[in-house]
Design a protein around this ligand. Sequence first.
Ligand code: SIN
Ligand code: NI
Length: 255
Amino acid sequence: MSTKTPPTTAGPTLTQEQIDDYRRDGFIHVSGVLNPQEVERYRTAARSAYDELDSLDPGNAMFRQIVQVWRTDPVLRELTLHPVLAGLATQLAGIDLRIWHDQLLIKRPHNATPTEFHTDAPYWPHAGARHQLSAWIALVDVPVERGCMSFIPGSQERQDLRAVDLTDRGDLFTAAPDLVWRPRITVPLRAGDCTFHNGHLAHTANANDTDEFRIAMVNIYTDRATTYTGRSHPCTDGLGLEVGATLPDEAFPPV
Ligand code: SIN
Ligand code: NI
């Protein structure tokens, strides 16, 4: 018998106030995006992927980072392409989007390694993107002690920052000393909740200091009109893309 639970099509939609908050702060917390059956189904698939799929940097103590799971895992593909998440992301961005890539980010128990402050967009070989944002989806409860995210509200307005060293606590603040003095907001999540954050927003996630895995799935969306800069990246290398070409639909699905 099939145990398939299709993604819910009805789900939270955002109020104008939430959209305004996102556009001002660069992030929002949305509770209960996934129902408990979905959480269970995707968490089980994520645990299998942890054991079976290759990660980008196997020796990395920060997390196991498995990208583009939608290509190989039919269950997690549903989460990457989840219509509720795509709908919320589109409402926030206000433009048509495509998946740039997904990633499981799993911190093992007591990993003792935070993900230090950084912004995401400088790592991506993107030109002309009017908006890029990530849905960080908790597949287990993620209290502060398990490695939840903290954000510097409003920091998305700085779009000139370089890619920083994720293992260096001070590197972002060397690049942008003014950000040291900005308030930070820490957002613990219940399983099934997510945050959306702008690709230029400064954020961090602390270490997992609990006995359970921290299991998060991240769907990264970009402007559907984004073009390729030619810079090396694991998700574009080997695709033979021309510099200036729009990201192709078959590798970066429109949502
Ligand atoms: C993390 O979950 O450890 C970091 C996520 C992010 O940087 O977007
Ligand atoms: Ni990030």
